[in-house]
Design a protein around this ligand. Structure first.
Ligand code: BGC
Length: 525
């Protein structure tokens, strides 16, 4: 697997880095954090459409599903408690991210992943053994804490350990695992729905597999050089850097990391620092990307695909089956992104996908608007297949763009001193809006009916315009050189990067010292 050496030429810095097996293996192990997130995303839709589960925990919804004609088709799953089962995880996750920011900085990326693993294992045990709604929801909350810690540490770990030229591809391993987790969950649901009485327990319990994998992975990997150096383990940081880059010649990169960490140490309040003017572009983009990612409407499909297809009159089996198809499309299209993100670039993928998602959603809305009436159960077979195909083109576009890039771009654009805090805001906003969609979608479907897809398509339009004007290209730029090579060159964001724009926390002297030592502070800030 070892590739040739590499020198990043166009920005001044030349780092030699081979694609070493240890980098690939570490990234694969760490990325299993995504598996667990994906499994949790994917499992709830199928479980909440299982009669035995509904009978035990949500008897009123169960009665409604067996007497669908009493209520509009679009409304039969509209129940706040049921939505809370799905959404409580995200609420817990977003709270946990603030603790995770602290642990990622102070204890490192690796230990934070381990903490996530323990939360996951505890959550799985409670969920699989649930006797009442309380146990079920507490289990989901523990899983949510796991998601908060894992989604904080894993993308940072991957972006830091990867050589620049394949950073995008390696980072997307996280998202690939998310999609594999969702698919695995859909397959499990398909199988367990045939088991009478305790199928749902098996669905929730099998989350133990990804939980165990992450825990094991966190025990085996080494921490990133960035984090080791940031925590004062300079020698160990250098040894690890040599090992992962596959060369003795790591001095230039090592020095850049030491400088980045020196600046990082001067920042006493990372969250306050995040709000300073020179961090504004990264912050705005990170927050906007998360809100937009969720307002593509992807999780309406990922959480509720079986419920949605059932609403459209597919019947229980066909609904789960269709969810498996969309899950598979999600995985395959993510692989496309791994190959193209460092070649075509981030912007190209986002813009193309915006077009594709917009068209798919409008077509779905039109077919449903014309063909699904409130009280009849049948969407003509031909139309039903066409809807599934459109859902697939929508999912594939998301999977090579907003899915992975929503995580990649924030993890690579913040400077080291605000990277943990920035990532924690990223995860928090993501989970907040995931929560909003999870909690509101079934009610929105009930009220907007097919118009829900027009609602999401309008958002897709807005986000594409945002990308066109405001998201800069970051492919092939070393992670600690974003300011100089990206932000200072952007038509709008460069205004936030002026040299006078020094944070009170550094003091001007701090900056001058840096310059006196031949260090250009702008490459870090
Ligand atoms: C999103 C999740 C979504 C998943 C679908 C992720 O990037 O953050 O909310 O369920 O992609 O593949």
């Amino acid at each position: 697997m070892a590739g040739g050496g590499f020198a990043a030429s166009s920005g001044g810095t030349e780092f030699e880095a081979k694609i070493t097996p240890i980098v690939i293996i570490s990234c694969i192990l760490a990325a299993t954090g995504g598996l667990m997130f994906g499994y949790d995303v994917g499992i709830s839709g199928g479980v909440t459409s299982m009669p035995d589960f509904l009978k035990k925990f949500f008897p009123t919804v169960y009665e409604r599903t067996t007497a669908p004609r009493l209520k509009s088709n679009y409304c039969k799953y509209d129940n706040q408690g049921l939505q809370l089962f799905t959404s409580s995880l995200y609420l817990a996750g977003l709270t946990a991210t603030f603790f995770a920011s602290y642990t990622t900085r102070r204890l490192g990326r690796r230990l934070t992943m381990l903490i996530a693993g323990f939360f996951f294992v505890a959550g799985v045990v409670l969920n699989a053994a649930a006797q009442d709604l309380a146990m079920l929801i507490i289990g989901r909350i523990l899983l949510g804490c796991g998601v908060g810690f894992a989604n904080q540490a894993v993308p940072l770990f991957l972006s830091e350990i990867a050589p620049t030229r394949i950073r995008g591809g390696l980072n997307i391993l996280f998202q690939l695992n998310v999609t594999i987790g969702i698919l695995f969950a859909n397959l499990v649901n398909y199988g367990t729905s045939k088991i009478d009485g305790w199928g749902w327990r098996l669905s929730l319990g099998l989350a133990g597999i990804p939980a165990g994998l992450l825990t094991l992975g966190a025990l085996l990997v080494t921490d990133t050089p960035n984090s080791l150096i940031e925590r004062g383990h300079l020698d160990e940081g250098k040894v690890v850097l040599k090992r992962i880059r596959g060369t003795e010649n790591v001095e230039p990169e090592f020095l850049e990391l030491v400088e980045a960490s020196r600046i990082a140490k001067q920042v006493k309040h990372p969250f306050k620092n995040l709000l300073t003017r020179r961090n504004r572009p990264q912050l705005i983009i990170a927050v906007a990307l998360q809100i937009f990612q969720q307002f593509t409407g992807i999780n309406a499909i990922m959480f509720y695909a079986p419920v949605l297809f059932d609403t459209l009159g597919f019947g229980g089996d066909a609904s789960l089956y269709s969810a498996v198809i969309t899950g598979a499309v999600n995985v395959v299209s993510t692989v496309v992104s791994i190959y193209s993100v460092d070649k075509l670039g981030r912007r190209m993928l986002l813009l193309e996908a915006g077009f594709q998602m917009f068209l798919s959603q409008v077509v779905i809305a039109i077919i449903l608007g014309i063909k699904v009436s409130d009280h009849s159960d049948d969407l003509h077979h031909g139309y039903a297949i066409f809807v599934v195909i459109m859902v697939c083109t929508f999912v594939s576009a998301f999977a090579w763009s907003w899915g992975p890039l929503g995580w990649l771009i924030p993890s690579e654009t913040f400077p080291l001193e605000t990277r943990s805090a920035g990532q924690s805001v990223t995860v928090c906003v993501n989970l907040l809006f995931t929560f909003v969609i999870a909690q509101a979608f079934l009610s929105m479907l009930c009220h907007f009916k097919y118009g829900i897809f027009l609602f999401f398509s309008s958002w897709v339009l807005v986000m594409s315009v945002f990308v066109f004007f405001l998201v800069p290209e970051t492919k092939n730029v070393p992670i600690e050189e974003m300011t100089e090579r990206v932000w200072k060159k952007h038509w709008l964001w460069k205004r936030f990067m002026d040299d006078d724009n020094v944070d009170e926390e550094f003091g001007k002297d701090g900056m001058k010292n840096g310059i006196a030592k031949g260090y250009n502070p702008n490459s870090q800030l």
